[in-house]
Write a protein that binds this ligand. Structure first.
Ligand code: AHR
Length: 505
């Protein structure tokens, strides 16, 4: 018997709008993300400001619209004032998070100017590890106040007459983690975050704020941390953060391919906790989620920061991603979209070199990793409204995440253009899977425009500097709409699919 999975697509049954900020990414001053990643003045492709145009081209092709900056663990020891003003006078600092030398040649103004040129909205984080209210409100004033105050006039003196107008701000990073410089208890952090957020909003009432949730769902304080932090910050913040990295443990690929099931449960647990605080306070506002770090990360292979040698641009966590990793990233994207009613922001961590979709070599080329492709395709095609999908049929038993559907899928519907996009993953490793989706209501009469596939005979195939296009999507998926009005497709084992449907015969 062929394995089959079914669902129904009805444009009347919606989950929520796809917030374009779900296709965010992350630039941290870590390893080679900034230096020899986005910025390398000596590179043949560098622009006048020292940023690599070959990398910028790939960033635009990736389709990310939001970028978080400057960390990550880095931000918890960062003095933003070190990174502004004449570059030659900026201090070299020891970065405690990654035991690196931070030269401060790229700082707030350079980064925000670069981001604007790429069409990216910034999401800035403030240091609530070693610093607090005063440094944070000064940074908002430096960035957003048009002029006429000490901090805004300093920005103008530094050559940036127009305010940067940064709308989205993270109140620290992973403050529950013992590894974090300035780690805090939930009560300590909650109070500080609330008061810092209040002061930042006193400077610019139009900004939006993200409070730190847990560093991951396995933290011993998970759940309690979220509740306690929200009890203190509920009225001040708009979003609560989640972070999750997935990897394959001990050859258990079935569990790895089911990582989306874990992410799904994690989101539901945080929503439940946030809504408990809402109910207990009698609040009207719903807190939305900012999944501002997510990806596949082979953390088990990372030597750990204690063993790092102090260097300017160390090669840190430059994971090379396989076809299987790309399928998992696709499945995580599906999960984020499926929860679009509560997840408003998500950032693939990171953007270049450091666990990234884009790799670059100093003085050399840049290329797309396998995970680049599902991200770029989803960002381009999965827009509009998310439609509800209830998958039935073939299932897979996994060690870590229990029994999961073999098919992971989500559907988006762009009312304006009428376009429908089906994103799908076959989590099975041995068998092809027949997908059958009944198209209802306004979708009857739709036809397949194209069926893009990412799969390979070798699920461990990777892209490298020598073979940068070893793994690329194909357009020969072969999906069709049957005579009885159902979308039918055959999905190879460990595969990612984008099926685009349009009205008309
Ligand atoms: O993205 C790498 C690191 O992972 C970030 O600095 C930190 O926030 C997380 O633990």
């Amino acid at each position: 018997m062929p394995h089959t999975a079914r669902f129904t697509v009805d444009p009347e049954f919606t989950v929520g709008e796809v917030d374009p900020r779900l296709y965010g990414t992350f630039v941290e001053h870590m390893g080679r993300c900034v230096y020899t990643g986005i910025y390398e003045p000596e590179h043949p492709s560098a622009d006048a400001a020292g940023f690599r145009t070959d990398v910028a081209d790939l960033v635009r092709e990736l389709g990310t619209g939001l970028v978080r900056y400057p960390g990550g663990n880095f931000v918890s020891g960062y003095h933003w004032e070190d990174g502004v003003g004449p570059a030659a006078e900026r201090p070299r600092r020891l970065d405690l998070a990654w035991r690196s030398i931070e030269t401060n040649q790229v700082g707030t103004n350079e980064f925000l100017t670069w981001a604007k040129e790429q069409g990216l909205d910034p999401m800035m984080a403030v240091n609530l590890g070693t610093r607090g209210i005063d440094a944070a409100r000064a940074l908002v004033e430096y960035c957003n106040q048009p002029g006429g105050t000490a901090w805004s006039d300093l920005r103008i003196k530094h050559g940036y007459s127009a305010p940067h107008d940064v709308k989205l701000w993270c109140l620290g990073n992973e403050m529950d983690g013992p590894w974090q410089t300035g780690h805090k208890t939930a009560t300590e952090y909650g109070r500080l975050a609330a008061e810092t957020g209040k002061a930042m909003r006193q400077v610019d009432p139009t900004i939006e704020l993200v409070a730190c949730g847990s560093s991951n769902a396995a933290m011993p304080t998970f759940g309690t941390w979220e509740r306690e932090v929200l009890e203190q910050t509920y009225d001040e913040v708009d979003y609560l953060s989640l972070h999750a990295y997935y990897e394959e443990f001990d050859g258990d690929r079935a569990s790895f391919l089911a990582s989306g099931a874990h992410m799904d449960q994690y989101i539901r647990d945080v929503v439940a906790t946030a809504d408990h605080v809402r109910a207990a306070r009698g609040a009207k506002k719903h807190i939305r989620l900012s999944f501002d770090e997510w990806n596949v990360w082979y953390a088990a292979r990372f030597v750990g920061e204690r063993n790092l040698e102090t260097a300017e641009t160390p090669r840190l966590i430059e994971d090379t991603y396989s076809v299987t990793d790309a399928v998992v990233v696709g499945s995580l994207l599906i999960t984020l979209l499926r929860n679009a009613d509560r997840v408003a922001i998500a950032c693939l961590a990171q953007l270049v070199n450091v666990i990234a979709p884009i790799r670059s070599e100093p003085g050399g080329p840049s290329w797309r990793q396998t995970i680049f492709h599902p991200f770029a395709q989803a960002a381009r095609f999965a827009t509009g409204k998310v439609l509800r999908t209830e998958v039935t049929g073939s299932r897979i038993d996994t060690e870590r995440h229990g029994d999961v559907p073999a098919l992971d899928s989500v559907v988006t519907y762009d009312e304006e253009s009428g376009a429908v996009t089906v994103l799908a993953v076959n989590r099975g490793q041995e068998e092809s899977l027949n997908l059958r989706a009944e198209l209802r209501g306004a979708l009857s009469g739709y036809r397949v425009l194209e069926h893009l596939v990412l799969a390979d005979q070798d699920p461990d195939a990777v892209n490298t500097q020598a073979e940068p296009d070893r793994v690329t999507p194909r357009a020969d998926g072969g999906a069709e709409v049957s005579a009885d009005g159902a979308l039918e497709a055959r999905l190879a084992p460990v595969s990612w699919h984008v099926i685009r449907l349009v009205p008309g015969a």
